[in-house]
Design a protein. Structure first.
Lengths: 241, 342
């Protein structure tokens, strides 16, 4: 599915599913911010998840849960912190297996149909309007994501202001190169933002957006320091987006 | 989850199920529960559970729903979890979940989720939430992540990695490497014997009594105050904030202190020799007797020679200090007044 050899599809899928360790997830986010293939693959996977979210979760075989729970009856503390609360998790795993099958069949179709109209995907639109208006907890989550994004934007604006002071001393060529690099970072942020907003409450999507913000902040901060100290922000060793 | 080794299949396949079974088998202790109205308009439900984790090597905690406090006080082979969830309605309270999973690889995962549309999801919430206190054996490595909640770690002997978007970070009494990542909120890191790598965007950093090989702290908009650092390599960088370094300059150490817009102040104690390399838009203020001052471009080079001769083969420390727009001050730490003059 992805032409990129760094992360095969199953690792990207695990990332979308929130199944990677924090370290590995951060690595995927950082990589995807600069890899168009992986960005596209992640978009497809998220679209797949969004489009299959409305499907009924398949029930596990009737013998599965009793075989697990039966062995644990003597330990089972009932309540929200109990074994009973893991049952949906197991169901989710089976649902995931079903999604795998669906992915194999449906992904080529999704890729073909969604590339042209990513923002207006009917399935995503439906999820956005119906769920956000119904569930106050989802609304809370979206507000938290938006607040964090605004904080990143504020820091970027502050750094841009400092960079403008240094840019005044640069040559036109240096300013052009800086504009190009910032443009690439802005593109990565725009792509990530679009993906994150496609499905309300998309934690993985927002994490990728935040990773793109972090990359731009790191680049701007390094450019400000290096430009101020050396007058050469893009000499060898300077970070590149 | 699913990091237990081996290939991960697409979207939660067999490895997850295997892991869940392992987790279920690991739980033996019955949880103690308390529920009720907190008198502040919120409903609370508090649970405690002790789970056996004999082969635990690393504990990962992922709680976007609230705070995380990790303490290295549990007995070997046990993880003690205290979880308190809060919500405005019983219905919302019932949708907050805590999962504990023990993998055969020695990894233990504690995570919180909220049920939305029949599916459990890891999401940050503004009002409702779950706070976790997790007591682990001191010798396990810990990784924890929050969104808006504070995250702290203490009493650990195998390092910690803490990440938060908007919570405060606190670390104390930790042996092993410490890594932090934060958008805003501020960080306090004290009494660490191990490498320290701190990263923040907004918020002040307070570092005290650090003794690992290196300290690397970076923040865009915040002040860094560091006291009693014994590491051989100290790198403190802030873009708009100030830097204050107080304490002994370690012989042979390399100190790299850089602020773009803020002041940098160094208050050395003791009597260690150091070479100074400083750059500032304003004149450098110092009461330290420096000699051999000379210029190298924008940089001022000078040396401080200790009053007492250092033992043979003692290397001189290098103190690099830079502030593009701010001032630099190097000030001898006032000595405690002699007893007879009190």
């Amino acid at each position: 599915m992805t032409a990129c050899r760094t992360y095969p599809t199953e690792r990207l899928s695990a990332f979308v599913d929130g199944d990677l360790s924090a370290t590995e997830a951060a690595a995927v986010r950082a990589h995807a911010a600069t890899c168009p293939d992986c960005t596209a693959a992640l978009a497809d996977l998220r679209a797949l998840v969004a489009n299959t979210a409305g499907l009924d979760a398949p029930e596990p075989p009737p013998t599965l849960w009793p075989s697990i729970a039966g062995a644990l009856d003597k330990h089972e503390p009932r309540g929200w912190f109990s074994i009973a609360n893991w049952r949906p998790f197991a169901v989710g795993a089976l649902a995931g297996a079903a999604v795998v099958g669906l992915a194999i069949v449906a992904l080529p179709v999704l890729r073909g149909t969604q590339r042209g109209v990513p923002a207006a995907s009917p399935g995503a639109e439906m999820v956005a309007t119906s769920t956000a208006t119904v569930d106050p907890l989802l609304h809370e989550a979206e507000a938290e994501f938006a607040e964090a994004a605004a904080a990143y934007e504020r820091s970027i604006e502050k750094l841009r202001g400092l960079l403008a002071r240094e840019e005044a001393r640069w040559s036109p060529q240096e300013r052009t190169r800086m504009a190009e690099r910032l443009g690439r970072l802005d593109d990565a942020i725009a792509r990530s933002r679009e993906l994150a907003h496609r499905t309300p409450g998309d934690s993985a999507g927002n994490e990728q957006l935040f990773a793109a913000y972090q990359q731009k902040i790191a680049f701007l901060a390094a450019a400000v320091h290096r430009g101020g100290e050396e007058g050469e922000w893009d000499k060898a060793g300077a970070p590149t987006p | 989850m699913g990091q237990s080794g081996g290939a991960h299949t697409v979207i939660g396949g067999r490895p997850r199920l295997t892991a869940i079974a392992a987790a279920l088998a690991a739980v033996t202790g019955a949880g103690a529960a308390q529920a009720g109205d907190g008198g502040d308009g919120w409903l609370y439900d508090r649970r405690e559970i002790i789970v056996p984790a004999k082969a635990a090597e690393v504990v990962r905690i992922d709680n976007l729903l609230g705070r995380v406090q990790i303490r290295g006080v549990a007995r070997p082979g046990e993880v003690h979890i205290i979880a308190e969830k809060r919500a405005s309605t019983p219905e919302a309270l019932g949708r907050l979940r805590v999962h504990y999973t023990a993998f055969e690889s020695g990894e233990v995962v504690v995570d919180t989720r909220v049920e939305l549309g029949g599916r459990e999801r890891s999401l940050p919430l503004a009002g409702s939430g779950v706070d976790l206190i997790v007591d682990v054996p001191p010798d396990v490595a810990v990784e924890a992540k929050t969104f808006g909640g504070d995250v702290s770690a203490s009493g650990l002997r195998a390092g910690a990695k803490l990440e938060t978007t908007g919570g405060r970070i606190g670390v104390s009494d930790v042996h092993g490497g410490v890594v932090t990542r934060q958008l805003r909120g501020g960080q306090r890191v004290a009494a660490v014997e191990g490498d320290v790598d701190l990263d923040g965007v907004e918020g002040d950093m307070d570092l005290r009594n650090l003794g690992g090989g290196r300290v690397d702290a970076r923040v865009v908009d915040g002040t860094i105050r560091a006291e009693d650092l014994r590491s051989g390599l100290v790198r403190l960088v802030t873009t708009t904030g100030q830097i204050v370094l107080v304490g002994m300059i370690r012989p042979g150490g390399h100190y790299d202190l850089r602020s773009y817009a803020g002041d940098v102040r160094v208050v050395p104690s003791g009597d260690s020799a150091f070479a100074l390399r400083a750059r500032s838009a304003k004149p450098i203020a110092t009461d330290v007797p420096l000699r051999s001052s000379r210029r190298e471009g924008d940089w001022l080079l000078a040396e401080y020679v200790a009053r007492r001769a250092a033992p043979a083969r003692t290397r001189t420390a290098l103190l690099e200090v830079s502030s593009v727009l701010g001032a630099i001050e190097i000030q001898i730490q006032p000595r405690t007044a002699p007893a007879e003059l009190r």
